[in-house]
Design a protein around this ligand. Sequence first.
Ligand code: F6P
Length: 319
Amino acid sequence: MKKIAVLTSGGDSPGMNAAIRAVVRKGIYSGLEVYGVYQGYAGLMEGNLKKLDLGSVGDIIHRGGTILYSARSEEFKKDESQAKAIEHLRHLGIEGLVVIGGDGSYRGAAKLTEKGFPCVCLPGTIDNDIAGTDYTIGFDTALNTVISSIDKIRDTATSHDRAFIIEVMGRHAGDIALFSGLAVGAESIIIPERPFEIEDIVQKLHKGIERGKKHSIIVLAEGVCTGNELSKLLVDQYQIETHVSVLGHMQRGGSPTGLDRILASRLGARAVELLVEGKSGRAIGMQKQEIVDHSINRILNQKDPLSEGVYTLSQQLSI
Ligand code: F6P
């Protein structure tokens, strides 16, 4: 193998740049030429590729976002689009592709692999919803962003005796809500993976007031309902006033934490090793501190399990 390429796709995540840097530097260290694909699969279909050198990835390890930009592409689901993408790669003599992204990006890589083009995937998403890895690149940074935002909101909530609903990201996955909720000591954590009873939330709010608590925090994953919908329900049915803060896309930005930079660097370097070893269709992750790889298709068919221990603990500590 002489030439490889790397792309980022789907929702960006802090640490993607560190992963790109690792792929480029490890590739060059291994004697390869490395190309960057701009704008994800959409750019790949257009042939938007550029050769990267050591300097192209200098001064990026600490930056959020992705220097290769990202996109979500419906068009790429078509067979002819995938064939066109492979044509562009082969035209430049590229023999392997590293895809950094979430499950949609993994699906694209599985299709290219099926059509005979070797791909390996790295889990780049703040949602932490990819099977086969304990953590995804960007999750730790997003978690810390949410925690520091809620800590600030708590200051003002306490000063004014208020209850707050904090709506966090996670359309299908509750890890950001669950982990941040545990870390800030939230009264209630509402996630898509578990049904919730409005009475439980009300009961916890009342208990807090009886104990003289000056504030209450409810962390809500956006996939369940909006913060405003929940707030309306609480006021309409129980006459409980809450304030709503929607953290939004600030959760996806910012300088990656040390853990995310290291995870991204380790996984990025391993991606290059796998391609050099002639492996294809692999999804790389870290489980129990070990770098592992599984078949992309297996990962796509597996649901990332909710961390039961963390969920149970959050319930026990928020009584
Ligand atoms: O990156 C994952 C994620 O942040 C989800 O939690 C969220 O639902 C979605 O992306 C929103 O992304 P966008 O606004 O780019 O469609």
